[in-house]
Design a protein around this ligand. Structure first.
Ligand code: ATP
Ligand code: ZN
Ligand code: MG
Length: 406
């Protein structure tokens, strides 16, 4: 994983410290440990993890002696819980089209800025212009074709998600670091008056009088398919199986890892969701993969599909990640980014076993918990990966894309 430099602090006020991890970090884990360091301390601007050295670039203005003494201990806690006793997951590659020839080798971001195709409102928050929007619409049409091929029922889900529902599916324990909370002012005229008079932003955000905000009842949704499971909870599955599709805004606070269009706080996912027996879910996940393989071939995308794990919080990481790879619960579609000789997940094929069925009491006709799975595509990422491979000269684009995007 590349080093992510925050633009918040000027280089004059940065400090770099380096030290050895308590246990060596195996190569296959360095990227995931590095991405977790974003959440270790507010003074960390960026981090580089090698198997025997950790380098931290720190914001000197936040670095009190107290912070510094605690910092290394917190980093080692991450290393220990992720790397100690970890074993290398067997990466299973289901498709490998990384050697497909593509015409572009540049980073698309500078060109996107110069064409006013992106406007960064804040870290991980972007407005997208007409070209990106048309490319997203094109890819969405492919994903909707996939959904139609399963006769998936269309749904529209809310952007907010209730805290009490996320709690039922263990989200606070698995992914606390990336949650985005929603609140509102307390319904009290004095509180509202006081806020109206004193609310003001500084460079870190909004300052409001203490006690202005109500308790959090709701969050911004981190995924799409949960909403379907909530709708199907506490009853037998209608017809014994459900296939659905929806597009929705998703929110994951990824701290200093929020870079370019690769990793957003506010992004969009299209999902095709299967709920039913184990065989129903696994067979359809596999059929979906094969259909997308044909679609990606038509447009000449360079990518591979390989087994992966979800980015569990540090404390849950080792056990959950090992479980996911052992049972092949997640495969990622990793598109090539030629300009940095690396890959980016543009989608995933997921199987949750009967996890949601058990926690939400969704039942099959025989009374046993339903199994679930989803195919999820990140729309901003697929458009970004397409431009990273095919560039801005439309005459170099695959003919099918040229025909649709004029
Ligand atoms: P990553 O490992 O890159 O963080 P993920 O495993 O968290 O990805 P999923 O939960 O499988 O991602 O989500 C499905 C898809 O949504 C991803 O393949 C990706 O295309 C997109 N996605 C996930 N997180 C982000 C993000 N922060 N910004 C933009 N797109 C994202
Ligand atoms: Zn899903
Ligand atoms: Mg993620």
């Amino acid at each position: 994983m590349e080093n992510k430099q925050s633009q918040k602090a000027d280089p004059e006020s940065t400090n770099t410290i380096s030290f050895a991890p308590v246990v060596p970090i195996p190569d296959y884990l360095t990227g995931q440990v590095q991405s977790k360091l974003a959440y270790v301390d507010e003074s960390i601007l960026s981090a580089e993890v090698e198997s025997d050295q950790i380098h931290l670039h720190l914001d000197a203005s936040r670095l009190t002696p107290q912070v510094q003494s605690h910092l290394e201990e917190k980093v080692q806690r991450v290393v220990e819980s992720m790397a100690k006793g970890a074993f290398k997951p067997k990466v299973q590659v289901l498709e490998d089209y990384m050697d497909r020839e593509v015409p572009y080798t540049q980073d698309p971001m500078p060109e996107l800025y110069s064409r006013n195709e992106v406007n960064q409102e804040d870290d991980g928050i972007y407005t997208l212009g007409p070209l990106l929007t048309k490319i997203i619409d094109y890819f969405e049409s492919l994903f909707i074709d996939l959904a139609d091929s399963f006769e998936a029922d269309p749904y529209r889900f809310p952007t907010l998600i209730p805290a009490k529902e996320l709690e039922k599916v263990n989200y606070f324990r698995a992914f606390p670091h990336s949650l985005s909370f929603v609140t509102h002012l307390r319904e009290d005229l004095d509180v509202i008056d006081n806020f109206a008079q004193h609310a003001a932003c500084d460079e870190h955000g909004l300052n409001a009088p203490d006690g202005s905000f109500d308790q959090v009842q709701s969050l911004l949704s981190p995924a799409v398919c949960y909403h379907l499971y909530f709708a199907l909870a506490d009853k037998p599955l209608p017809g014994g199986q459900v296939t659905a599709t929806a597009v929705g805004k998703c929110f994951r606070y990824e701290a200093i890892n929020l870079t370019s269009l690769e990793r957003l706080w506010d992004f969009t996912m299209r999902e095709v969701i299967f709920v039913g027996s184990k065989d129903f879910v696994l067979q359809n996940r596999e059929i979906a993969r094969q259909r997308m393989e044909k679609a990606f071939e038509r447009i000449g995308l360079a990518y591979r599909v390989e087994s992966a794990n979800d980015p569990f919080f540090i404390g849950e990481f080792r056990k959950q990640a090992a479980f996911q790879s052992a049972f092949q619960l997640k495969y990622e579609i990793r598109a090539s980014l030629p300009f940095k000789a690396s890959t980016l997940a543009v989608g995933s094929y997921n199987y949750h076993q009967d996890f949601f069925g058990r926690h939400l009491n969704m039942t099959l006709p025989d009374g046993s918990p339903a199994h679930t799975g989803c195919v999820a595509f990140g729309l901003e990422r697929i458009a970004y990966a397409f431009l990273a491979q095919y560039g801005f000269n439309k005459s170099n684009w695959p003919s099918e894309v040229q025909e649709v995007i004029k």
